[in-house]
Design a protein around this ligand. Structure first.
Ligand code: ISL
Length: 528
Protein backbone atom coordinates (compact mmCIF):
# COMPACT_ATOMS: atom_id res chain seq x y z
CA UNK A 1 0.00 0.00 0.00
CA UNK A 2 1.86 3.05 -1.29
CA UNK A 3 2.08 6.19 0.82
CA UNK A 4 0.47 9.26 -0.68
CA UNK A 5 3.25 11.38 -2.14
CA UNK A 6 2.17 14.88 -1.19
CA UNK A 7 4.99 16.51 -3.14
CA UNK A 8 3.75 15.30 -6.51
CA UNK A 9 1.06 17.97 -6.72
CA UNK A 10 1.87 20.35 -3.89
CA UNK A 11 1.67 24.13 -3.88
CA UNK A 12 4.91 25.24 -2.22
CA UNK A 13 5.36 28.79 -0.97
CA UNK A 14 8.86 30.23 -0.89
CA UNK A 15 9.68 32.27 2.20
CA UNK A 16 12.61 34.68 1.98
CA UNK A 17 12.72 35.08 5.75
CA UNK A 18 14.67 38.31 5.76
CA UNK A 19 11.85 40.06 3.89
CA UNK A 20 8.72 38.18 4.95
CA UNK A 21 7.67 39.73 8.27
CA UNK A 22 9.64 41.45 11.01
CA UNK A 23 8.44 40.19 14.39
CA UNK A 24 10.95 41.95 16.64
CA UNK A 25 11.07 45.36 14.97
CA UNK A 26 14.74 45.40 13.97
CA UNK A 27 13.96 45.91 10.28
CA UNK A 28 14.81 42.32 9.33
CA UNK A 29 12.26 39.57 8.84
CA UNK A 30 12.45 36.69 11.29
CA UNK A 31 10.93 33.42 12.46
CA UNK A 32 8.66 35.25 14.90
CA UNK A 33 7.26 37.13 11.92
CA UNK A 34 6.65 33.89 10.01
CA UNK A 35 5.00 32.24 13.02
CA UNK A 36 2.65 35.19 13.38
CA UNK A 37 1.69 34.89 9.70
CA UNK A 38 1.07 31.15 9.62
CA UNK A 39 -2.71 31.69 9.57
CA UNK A 40 -2.28 33.79 6.41
CA UNK A 41 -0.35 30.96 4.77
CA UNK A 42 -2.95 28.41 5.88
CA UNK A 43 -5.71 30.56 4.38
CA UNK A 44 -3.73 30.88 1.19
CA UNK A 45 -3.91 27.10 1.18
CA UNK A 46 -0.31 26.16 0.50
CA UNK A 47 0.97 22.65 1.28
CA UNK A 48 4.54 23.50 2.19
CA UNK A 49 6.95 26.33 2.87
CA UNK A 50 10.44 26.46 1.43
CA UNK A 51 12.66 28.70 3.55
CA UNK A 52 15.69 30.31 1.97
CA UNK A 53 18.78 29.69 4.15
CA UNK A 54 18.09 30.69 7.73
CA UNK A 55 21.40 29.52 9.20
CA UNK A 56 24.15 31.47 10.92
CA UNK A 57 25.62 33.65 8.21
CA UNK A 58 27.45 36.93 7.65
CA UNK A 59 24.72 37.50 4.99
CA UNK A 60 27.20 38.40 2.26
CA UNK A 61 24.90 36.63 -0.19
CA UNK A 62 21.53 36.72 1.56
CA UNK A 63 22.40 33.68 3.69
CA UNK A 64 23.83 31.53 0.87
CA UNK A 65 27.10 31.96 2.76
CA UNK A 66 26.57 29.59 5.68
CA UNK A 67 28.83 29.71 8.74
CA UNK A 68 26.99 26.96 10.66
CA UNK A 69 24.34 24.72 9.12
CA UNK A 70 22.95 23.69 12.51
CA UNK A 71 22.37 27.15 13.99
CA UNK A 72 19.71 29.69 13.07
CA UNK A 73 21.10 33.14 12.43
CA UNK A 74 20.36 35.30 15.51
CA UNK A 75 18.86 37.93 13.21
CA UNK A 76 16.14 35.38 12.40
CA UNK A 77 15.72 33.57 15.74
CA UNK A 78 16.82 30.40 17.44
CA UNK A 79 16.82 26.70 16.69
CA UNK A 80 14.11 26.21 19.32
CA UNK A 81 11.95 28.73 17.45
CA UNK A 82 12.59 26.98 14.16
CA UNK A 83 11.45 23.71 15.73
CA UNK A 84 8.31 25.42 17.02
CA UNK A 85 7.66 26.92 13.62
CA UNK A 86 8.06 23.55 11.90
CA UNK A 87 5.64 21.95 14.37
CA UNK A 88 3.08 24.78 14.28
CA UNK A 89 3.05 24.78 10.50
CA UNK A 90 2.59 21.01 10.46
CA UNK A 91 -0.41 21.42 12.79
CA UNK A 92 -1.93 23.58 10.06
CA UNK A 93 -1.15 20.96 7.44
CA UNK A 94 1.87 22.83 6.10
CA UNK A 95 5.19 21.05 5.63
CA UNK A 96 8.63 22.64 5.80
CA UNK A 97 11.44 22.54 3.27
CA UNK A 98 14.88 23.86 4.23
CA UNK A 99 17.55 25.12 1.86
CA UNK A 100 20.92 23.37 1.97
CA UNK A 101 23.94 25.03 0.38
CA UNK A 102 26.45 22.27 -0.36
CA UNK A 103 28.63 23.85 -3.04
CA UNK A 104 30.28 26.37 -0.76
CA UNK A 105 30.41 27.65 2.81
CA UNK A 106 30.93 31.10 4.28
CA UNK A 107 34.53 32.19 4.71
CA UNK A 108 33.54 32.43 8.39
CA UNK A 109 32.73 28.71 8.56
CA UNK A 110 35.07 26.98 11.06
CA UNK A 111 36.45 24.74 8.33
CA UNK A 112 37.57 27.64 6.20
CA UNK A 113 39.00 29.56 9.12
CA UNK A 114 40.98 26.48 10.11
CA UNK A 115 42.18 26.09 6.52
CA UNK A 116 43.38 29.69 6.44
CA UNK A 117 45.20 29.29 9.74
CA UNK A 118 46.78 25.95 8.86
CA UNK A 119 48.52 27.26 5.74
CA UNK A 120 49.56 25.85 2.35
CA UNK A 121 49.80 22.09 2.04
CA UNK A 122 47.80 21.43 5.23
CA UNK A 123 45.11 18.75 5.38
CA UNK A 124 42.66 21.47 6.45
CA UNK A 125 43.04 23.01 2.99
CA UNK A 126 42.06 19.72 1.35
CA UNK A 127 38.42 20.39 2.27
CA UNK A 128 38.46 23.25 -0.26
CA UNK A 129 40.18 23.91 -3.58
CA UNK A 130 43.47 25.60 -2.73
CA UNK A 131 46.11 25.81 -5.46
CA UNK A 132 49.29 27.70 -6.23
CA UNK A 133 48.87 30.32 -8.95
CA UNK A 134 50.18 30.29 -12.48
CA UNK A 135 52.76 32.65 -13.90
CA UNK A 136 56.37 33.12 -12.86
CA UNK A 137 55.46 34.21 -9.34
CA UNK A 138 52.11 32.49 -9.01
CA UNK A 139 50.49 35.83 -9.67
CA UNK A 140 47.87 34.44 -12.06
CA UNK A 141 44.78 32.46 -11.03
CA UNK A 142 45.06 28.65 -11.34
CA UNK A 143 42.44 28.51 -14.09
CA UNK A 144 40.04 30.65 -16.12
CA UNK A 145 36.63 29.45 -14.94
CA UNK A 146 33.83 32.01 -15.31
CA UNK A 147 32.02 33.38 -12.29
CA UNK A 148 28.60 31.84 -11.68
CA UNK A 149 27.13 35.23 -10.86
CA UNK A 150 25.42 36.28 -14.05
CA UNK A 151 27.00 39.51 -15.34
CA UNK A 152 30.14 39.16 -13.27
CA UNK A 153 33.54 39.11 -14.93
CA UNK A 154 35.44 38.84 -11.66
CA UNK A 155 37.78 35.86 -11.22
CA UNK A 156 36.60 32.81 -9.28
CA UNK A 157 39.93 32.65 -7.46
CA UNK A 158 41.25 34.77 -4.60
CA UNK A 159 44.89 34.88 -3.57
CA UNK A 160 45.92 34.77 0.08
CA UNK A 161 48.97 36.54 1.53
CA UNK A 162 50.63 33.10 1.86
CA UNK A 163 50.52 32.72 -1.94
CA UNK A 164 47.79 30.07 -2.24
CA UNK A 165 44.66 30.77 -4.27
CA UNK A 166 41.22 29.36 -3.38
CA UNK A 167 38.25 28.67 -5.65
CA UNK A 168 34.86 30.37 -5.25
CA UNK A 169 32.32 30.08 -8.07
CA UNK A 170 30.34 32.87 -6.39
CA UNK A 171 31.79 35.59 -4.12
CA UNK A 172 35.19 35.41 -2.37
CA UNK A 173 33.21 35.02 0.86
CA UNK A 174 31.82 31.69 -0.48
CA UNK A 175 34.74 29.24 -0.84
CA UNK A 176 33.83 26.07 -2.76
CA UNK A 177 34.04 22.77 -0.93
CA UNK A 178 36.01 19.81 -2.26
CA UNK A 179 33.41 17.10 -2.82
CA UNK A 180 36.10 14.49 -3.43
CA UNK A 181 36.86 14.67 0.29
CA UNK A 182 35.01 12.05 2.37
CA UNK A 183 34.58 14.45 5.31
CA UNK A 184 32.64 16.86 3.09
CA UNK A 185 30.27 14.08 2.02
CA UNK A 186 29.86 12.76 5.56
CA UNK A 187 29.19 16.20 6.99
CA UNK A 188 26.40 16.93 4.54
CA UNK A 189 24.68 13.62 5.15
CA UNK A 190 24.78 14.48 8.85
CA UNK A 191 23.35 17.94 8.17
CA UNK A 192 20.47 16.36 6.24
CA UNK A 193 19.77 14.01 9.14
CA UNK A 194 19.93 16.91 11.57
CA UNK A 195 17.13 18.75 9.77
CA UNK A 196 15.01 15.70 8.98
CA UNK A 197 15.16 14.81 12.68
CA UNK A 198 13.77 18.28 13.43
CA UNK A 199 10.69 17.54 11.42
CA UNK A 200 11.41 19.03 8.02
CA UNK A 201 9.75 17.26 5.12
CA UNK A 202 12.13 18.31 2.39
CA UNK A 203 15.35 19.93 1.34
CA UNK A 204 16.11 22.32 -1.50
CA UNK A 205 19.59 21.78 -2.85
CA UNK A 206 21.32 25.00 -3.83
CA UNK A 207 23.43 25.10 -7.01
CA UNK A 208 22.94 21.35 -7.23
CA UNK A 209 24.78 20.85 -10.53
CA UNK A 210 27.99 22.59 -9.44
CA UNK A 211 29.38 20.61 -6.49
CA UNK A 212 31.66 18.18 -8.30
CA UNK A 213 34.83 19.51 -9.91
CA UNK A 214 37.42 17.97 -12.19
CA UNK A 215 40.28 17.38 -9.69
CA UNK A 216 42.77 18.71 -12.24
CA UNK A 217 40.84 22.00 -12.38
CA UNK A 218 41.61 22.41 -16.10
CA UNK A 219 40.77 25.58 -18.02
CA UNK A 220 37.21 25.86 -19.26
CA UNK A 221 36.71 24.99 -22.92
CA UNK A 222 33.27 25.90 -24.29
CA UNK A 223 31.35 22.79 -25.26
CA UNK A 224 33.89 20.28 -23.97
CA UNK A 225 32.30 17.27 -22.30
CA UNK A 226 32.65 16.64 -19.42
CA UNK A 227 32.48 20.21 -18.19
CA UNK A 228 35.07 20.73 -15.40
CA UNK A 229 32.51 22.07 -12.91
CA UNK A 230 28.94 21.71 -14.18
CA UNK A 231 26.79 18.57 -14.28
CA UNK A 232 29.56 16.06 -13.62
CA UNK A 233 28.81 12.35 -13.28
CA UNK A 234 30.14 12.23 -9.70
CA UNK A 235 27.10 14.25 -8.62
CA UNK A 236 24.83 11.29 -9.16
CA UNK A 237 26.70 9.22 -6.58
CA UNK A 238 26.37 12.07 -4.13
CA UNK A 239 22.62 12.33 -4.66
CA UNK A 240 22.12 8.56 -4.47
CA UNK A 241 23.72 8.64 -1.03
CA UNK A 242 21.53 11.61 -0.07
CA UNK A 243 18.42 9.81 -1.30
CA UNK A 244 19.14 6.95 1.07
CA UNK A 245 19.23 9.46 3.95
CA UNK A 246 16.00 11.12 2.81
CA UNK A 247 14.26 7.77 2.49
CA UNK A 248 15.00 7.03 6.16
CA UNK A 249 12.81 10.05 6.98
CA UNK A 250 10.30 10.18 4.08
CA UNK A 251 12.08 13.36 3.08
CA UNK A 252 11.99 14.85 -0.40
CA UNK A 253 14.44 16.87 -2.45
CA UNK A 254 14.02 19.71 -4.86
CA UNK A 255 17.19 20.44 -6.76
CA UNK A 256 18.25 23.78 -8.13
CA UNK A 257 19.55 22.29 -11.34
CA UNK A 258 20.06 24.98 -14.00
CA UNK A 259 20.80 22.87 -17.10
CA UNK A 260 19.55 23.72 -20.58
CA UNK A 261 19.88 20.09 -21.76
CA UNK A 262 16.64 18.34 -20.79
CA UNK A 263 18.10 14.84 -20.95
CA UNK A 264 20.97 15.74 -18.67
CA UNK A 265 18.48 17.46 -16.34
CA UNK A 266 16.24 14.38 -16.16
CA UNK A 267 19.15 12.23 -14.97
CA UNK A 268 18.93 14.00 -11.59
CA UNK A 269 15.33 12.83 -11.29
CA UNK A 270 15.96 9.10 -11.60
CA UNK A 271 14.07 7.13 -8.94
CA UNK A 272 17.07 6.79 -6.63
CA UNK A 273 18.14 10.45 -6.89
CA UNK A 274 16.19 13.70 -6.45
CA UNK A 275 12.39 13.63 -6.24
CA UNK A 276 11.97 16.95 -8.03
CA UNK A 277 13.91 19.87 -9.51
CA UNK A 278 12.94 23.42 -10.38
CA UNK A 279 11.66 23.93 -13.90
CA UNK A 280 13.56 27.02 -15.00
CA UNK A 281 12.63 26.51 -18.65
CA UNK A 282 9.05 27.51 -17.80
CA UNK A 283 10.21 30.54 -15.86
CA UNK A 284 12.44 31.63 -18.74
CA UNK A 285 9.72 31.20 -21.36
CA UNK A 286 8.40 34.37 -23.01
CA UNK A 287 4.66 35.14 -23.09
CA UNK A 288 4.03 33.29 -26.32
CA UNK A 289 1.54 30.46 -26.80
CA UNK A 290 3.69 28.25 -29.02
CA UNK A 291 6.79 28.70 -26.89
CA UNK A 292 4.83 27.91 -23.74
CA UNK A 293 3.14 24.87 -25.25
CA UNK A 294 6.47 23.54 -26.49
CA UNK A 295 8.05 24.16 -23.10
CA UNK A 296 5.20 22.44 -21.24
CA UNK A 297 5.31 19.44 -23.60
CA UNK A 298 9.08 19.15 -23.32
CA UNK A 299 8.87 19.31 -19.54
CA UNK A 300 6.21 16.63 -19.32
CA UNK A 301 8.05 14.43 -21.82
CA UNK A 302 11.35 14.66 -19.95
CA UNK A 303 9.78 13.86 -16.57
CA UNK A 304 7.55 10.97 -17.66
CA UNK A 305 10.27 8.34 -18.27
CA UNK A 306 11.82 8.86 -14.82
CA UNK A 307 8.44 9.03 -13.08
CA UNK A 308 9.14 12.38 -11.43
CA UNK A 309 6.53 15.13 -11.23
CA UNK A 310 7.19 18.37 -13.06
CA UNK A 311 7.47 21.62 -11.14
CA UNK A 312 6.15 24.98 -12.33
CA UNK A 313 8.04 28.06 -11.26
CA UNK A 314 7.26 31.64 -12.32
CA UNK A 315 9.48 33.50 -9.91
CA UNK A 316 12.02 33.23 -7.12
CA UNK A 317 14.49 35.33 -5.13
CA UNK A 318 17.00 35.37 -8.03
CA UNK A 319 14.89 36.65 -10.91
CA UNK A 320 12.87 39.71 -11.93
CA UNK A 321 9.37 39.56 -10.49
CA UNK A 322 6.68 38.10 -12.73
CA UNK A 323 4.45 41.14 -13.29
CA UNK A 324 7.48 43.24 -14.26
CA UNK A 325 8.87 40.59 -16.60
CA UNK A 326 5.58 40.03 -18.38
CA UNK A 327 5.05 43.76 -18.71
CA UNK A 328 8.18 44.28 -20.75
CA UNK A 329 7.89 45.14 -24.41
CA UNK A 330 9.99 42.26 -25.71
CA UNK A 331 7.75 39.83 -23.76
CA UNK A 332 10.89 37.73 -23.49
CA UNK A 333 12.63 36.94 -20.32
CA UNK A 334 16.37 36.85 -20.24
CA UNK A 335 17.49 36.66 -16.64
CA UNK A 336 21.01 37.46 -17.73
CA UNK A 337 19.94 40.78 -19.21
CA UNK A 338 18.75 42.76 -16.24
CA UNK A 339 19.21 46.45 -16.73
CA UNK A 340 18.49 49.57 -14.76
CA UNK A 341 15.32 51.34 -15.79
CA UNK A 342 13.97 48.77 -18.30
CA UNK A 343 10.48 50.11 -19.12
CA UNK A 344 7.57 47.93 -18.11
CA UNK A 345 3.78 48.13 -18.42
CA UNK A 346 2.56 46.98 -15.01
CA UNK A 347 -1.11 46.76 -15.97
CA UNK A 348 -0.22 44.45 -18.85
CA UNK A 349 2.26 42.50 -16.74
CA UNK A 350 -0.33 42.05 -13.99
CA UNK A 351 -2.98 40.75 -16.43
CA UNK A 352 -0.50 38.25 -17.80
CA UNK A 353 0.77 37.25 -14.37
CA UNK A 354 -2.84 36.53 -13.32
CA UNK A 355 -3.33 34.35 -16.39
CA UNK A 356 0.05 32.67 -15.81
CA UNK A 357 -0.97 31.89 -12.23
CA UNK A 358 -4.05 30.00 -13.45
CA UNK A 359 -1.95 28.28 -16.12
CA UNK A 360 0.74 27.09 -13.74
CA UNK A 361 -1.75 25.98 -11.09
CA UNK A 362 -3.63 23.91 -13.70
CA UNK A 363 -0.61 21.98 -14.94
CA UNK A 364 0.22 18.49 -13.64
CA UNK A 365 2.92 18.62 -10.97
CA UNK A 366 4.03 20.83 -8.09
CA UNK A 367 3.78 24.63 -8.20
CA UNK A 368 6.09 27.10 -6.48
CA UNK A 369 4.84 30.51 -5.38
CA UNK A 370 7.44 33.06 -4.32
CA UNK A 371 6.40 35.34 -1.45
CA UNK A 372 4.76 38.47 -2.83
CA UNK A 373 3.83 36.78 -6.10
CA UNK A 374 0.39 36.22 -4.59
CA UNK A 375 0.24 39.98 -3.92
CA UNK A 376 1.24 40.83 -7.49
CA UNK A 377 4.31 42.74 -6.31
CA UNK A 378 6.39 44.29 -9.07
CA UNK A 379 10.18 44.36 -9.16
CA UNK A 380 11.29 47.38 -7.13
CA UNK A 381 13.92 49.89 -8.16
CA UNK A 382 16.44 49.97 -5.34
CA UNK A 383 18.48 53.17 -5.04
CA UNK A 384 22.10 52.31 -5.82
CA UNK A 385 23.32 53.30 -2.38
CA UNK A 386 20.91 50.80 -0.78
CA UNK A 387 21.70 47.76 -2.93
CA UNK A 388 23.13 44.87 -0.93
CA UNK A 389 23.20 42.05 -3.45
CA UNK A 390 26.79 41.06 -4.27
CA UNK A 391 25.70 40.48 -7.88
CA UNK A 392 25.47 44.27 -8.29
CA UNK A 393 28.98 44.80 -6.98
CA UNK A 394 30.47 41.82 -8.83
CA UNK A 395 29.07 43.21 -12.09
CA UNK A 396 30.82 46.51 -11.52
CA UNK A 397 27.47 48.25 -10.98
CA UNK A 398 26.07 47.36 -14.40
CA UNK A 399 23.58 44.71 -13.20
CA UNK A 400 21.04 45.91 -10.61
CA UNK A 401 21.23 42.51 -8.96
CA UNK A 402 18.40 40.68 -7.26
CA UNK A 403 17.33 42.98 -4.42
CA UNK A 404 14.41 44.31 -6.46
CA UNK A 405 12.52 41.05 -5.90
CA UNK A 406 13.54 40.83 -2.22
CA UNK A 407 11.82 43.92 -0.82
CA UNK A 408 10.09 43.47 2.56
CA UNK A 409 6.43 42.49 2.11
CA UNK A 410 3.50 44.90 2.63
CA UNK A 411 1.00 43.43 5.08
CA UNK A 412 -1.11 46.31 6.36
CA UNK A 413 -1.80 49.37 4.25
CA UNK A 414 -2.23 51.78 7.16
CA UNK A 415 0.67 50.62 9.34
CA UNK A 416 4.25 51.93 9.36
CA UNK A 417 6.46 50.16 6.79
CA UNK A 418 3.22 48.78 5.28
CA UNK A 419 3.02 46.45 8.26
CA UNK A 420 6.31 44.64 7.59
CA UNK A 421 7.40 45.46 11.13
CA UNK A 422 6.59 47.97 13.83
CA UNK A 423 10.11 49.23 14.55
CA UNK A 424 13.16 50.09 12.48
CA UNK A 425 13.15 50.88 8.76
CA UNK A 426 13.05 47.69 6.67
CA UNK A 427 16.51 46.49 5.62
CA UNK A 428 15.66 47.29 1.98
CA UNK A 429 13.55 50.35 1.20
CA UNK A 430 9.93 49.75 0.19
CA UNK A 431 9.11 51.84 -2.89
CA UNK A 432 6.41 54.53 -2.98
CA UNK A 433 2.98 52.97 -3.38
CA UNK A 434 3.99 49.67 -1.74
CA UNK A 435 1.12 49.90 0.75
CA UNK A 436 -1.38 49.63 -2.12
CA UNK A 437 -0.28 45.99 -2.44
CA UNK A 438 -0.82 45.24 1.27
CA UNK A 439 -2.32 41.86 2.05
CA UNK A 440 -5.06 43.34 4.25
CA UNK A 441 -6.36 45.44 1.33
CA UNK A 442 -6.25 42.52 -1.04
CA UNK A 443 -8.09 40.12 1.24
CA UNK A 444 -11.07 42.44 1.12
CA UNK A 445 -10.92 42.91 -2.66
CA UNK A 446 -12.59 40.21 -4.80
CA UNK A 447 -10.54 41.27 -7.83
CA UNK A 448 -7.13 41.25 -6.16
CA UNK A 449 -4.23 38.98 -7.01
CA UNK A 450 -4.39 37.52 -3.50
CA UNK A 451 -8.05 36.59 -3.93
CA UNK A 452 -7.24 34.98 -7.27
CA UNK A 453 -4.45 32.88 -5.71
CA UNK A 454 -6.60 31.86 -2.77
CA UNK A 455 -9.49 30.79 -4.98
CA UNK A 456 -7.23 29.02 -7.45
CA UNK A 457 -5.42 27.06 -4.74
CA UNK A 458 -8.75 26.16 -3.11
CA UNK A 459 -10.25 25.00 -6.42
CA UNK A 460 -7.12 23.26 -7.69
CA UNK A 461 -8.08 19.77 -6.45
CA UNK A 462 -11.26 20.00 -8.56
CA UNK A 463 -9.09 20.18 -11.68
CA UNK A 464 -8.26 16.52 -11.27
CA UNK A 465 -5.09 14.48 -11.13
CA UNK A 466 -5.06 13.13 -14.65
CA UNK A 467 -2.57 13.76 -17.42
CA UNK A 468 -2.74 16.82 -19.62
CA UNK A 469 -4.42 16.61 -23.03
CA UNK A 470 -4.37 19.56 -25.44
CA UNK A 471 -7.68 20.68 -26.93
CA UNK A 472 -8.03 22.19 -30.37
CA UNK A 473 -7.74 25.97 -30.08
CA UNK A 474 -7.15 28.95 -32.35
CA UNK A 475 -3.63 30.27 -32.88
CA UNK A 476 -2.29 31.95 -29.79
CA UNK A 477 -4.69 30.16 -27.44
CA UNK A 478 -3.65 27.37 -25.07
CA UNK A 479 -6.42 24.98 -24.05
CA UNK A 480 -6.00 21.70 -22.26
CA UNK A 481 -7.92 19.29 -20.15
CA UNK A 482 -6.82 17.20 -17.19
CA UNK A 483 -8.06 13.69 -18.06
CA UNK A 484 -10.38 13.29 -15.07
CA UNK A 485 -11.18 16.92 -14.52
CA UNK A 486 -11.36 20.48 -15.70
CA UNK A 487 -10.25 22.54 -18.69
CA UNK A 488 -7.83 25.46 -18.63
CA UNK A 489 -7.76 27.98 -21.48
CA UNK A 490 -5.36 30.90 -21.82
CA UNK A 491 -5.58 33.53 -24.54
CA UNK A 492 -2.21 34.89 -25.62
CA UNK A 493 -3.47 36.06 -29.02
CA UNK A 494 -4.31 39.66 -29.87
CA UNK A 495 -8.03 39.06 -30.36
CA UNK A 496 -10.70 37.64 -28.03
CA UNK A 497 -11.28 33.88 -28.38
CA UNK A 498 -14.34 31.66 -28.00
CA UNK A 499 -14.30 29.51 -24.87
CA UNK A 500 -13.98 25.75 -25.22
CA UNK A 501 -17.22 23.84 -24.61
CA UNK A 502 -18.08 23.82 -20.92
CA UNK A 503 -20.86 23.53 -18.38
CA UNK A 504 -19.50 25.89 -15.78
CA UNK A 505 -16.97 28.69 -15.45
CA UNK A 506 -14.96 27.80 -12.34
CA UNK A 507 -12.56 30.72 -12.22
CA UNK A 508 -11.20 33.46 -14.43
CA UNK A 509 -8.12 35.65 -14.21
CA UNK A 510 -10.30 38.51 -15.49
CA UNK A 511 -13.80 39.14 -16.84
CA UNK A 512 -15.05 37.74 -20.16
CA UNK A 513 -15.98 40.28 -22.81
CA UNK A 514 -19.57 41.37 -23.61
CA UNK A 515 -19.93 38.45 -26.08
CA UNK A 516 -18.78 35.95 -23.48
CA UNK A 517 -15.41 35.47 -25.14
CA UNK A 518 -12.00 35.15 -23.51
CA UNK A 519 -10.11 38.46 -23.84
CA UNK A 520 -6.38 38.51 -24.59
CA UNK A 521 -4.02 37.87 -21.70
CA UNK A 522 -6.79 36.14 -19.75
CA UNK A 523 -7.15 32.57 -18.48
CA UNK A 524 -10.12 30.54 -17.28
CA UNK A 525 -10.80 27.23 -15.61
CA UNK A 526 -13.90 25.47 -16.93
CA UNK A 527 -15.87 22.39 -16.01
CA UNK A 528 -16.43 20.42 -19.23
O1 ISL B 1 20.81 34.04 -9.82
C1 ISL B 1 20.98 33.51 -10.86
C2 ISL B 1 20.46 34.14 -12.07
O2 ISL B 1 19.94 35.42 -11.77
C3 ISL B 1 21.64 32.19 -10.97
O3 ISL B 1 22.65 32.13 -11.89
C4 ISL B 1 22.12 31.79 -9.58
O4 ISL B 1 23.33 32.43 -9.31
C5 ISL B 1 22.33 30.31 -9.53
O5 ISL B 1 21.13 29.73 -9.87
C6 ISL B 1 22.66 29.86 -8.12
O6 ISL B 1 21.73 30.41 -7.23
C7 ISL B 1 21.76 29.98 -5.91
O7 ISL B 1 23.05 30.00 -5.35
C8 ISL B 1 23.66 31.29 -5.27
C9 ISL B 1 22.76 32.30 -4.59
O8 ISL B 1 23.30 33.58 -4.74
C10 ISL B 1 21.35 32.29 -5.16
O9 ISL B 1 20.52 33.14 -4.43
C11 ISL B 1 20.87 30.87 -5.07
O10 ISL B 1 19.53 30.73 -5.47
C12 ISL B 1 24.93 31.09 -4.50
O11 ISL B 1 24.68 30.33 -3.36
Amino acid sequence: HAKPEWWRSAVIYQVYVRSFADGDGDGTGDLAGVRARLPYLAELGVDALWFNPWYLSPLKDGGYDVADYRTIDPAFGTLAEAEKLIAEARELGIRTIVDIVPNHVSDQHPWFRAALAAGPGSPERDLFHFRPGRGEHGELPPNDWPSQFVGSTEPVWTRLPDGDWYLHLFTPEQPDLNWDHPAVRQEHEDILRFWFERGVAGVRIDSAALLAKDPDLPDFVEGRDPNPFVDRDELHDIYRAWRAVADEHDGVFVGEVWLPDTERFARYLRPDELHTAFNFAFLSCPWDAERLRTSIDATLAEHAPVGAPATWVLCNHDVTRTVTRYGRADTGFDFAAKAFGTPTDLALGTRRARAAALLSLALPGAVYVYQGEELGLPEADIPRDRIEDPMYFRSGGTDPGRDGCRVPLPWTAEAPHAGFGAGEEPWLPQPAGWAAYAADRQVADPDSMLTLYREAIRLRPALGDGPLGWLPAPDGVLAFRRADGAVCAVNLADAPADLPAHTELLLGSGPLDAEGRLPKDTAVWLRP
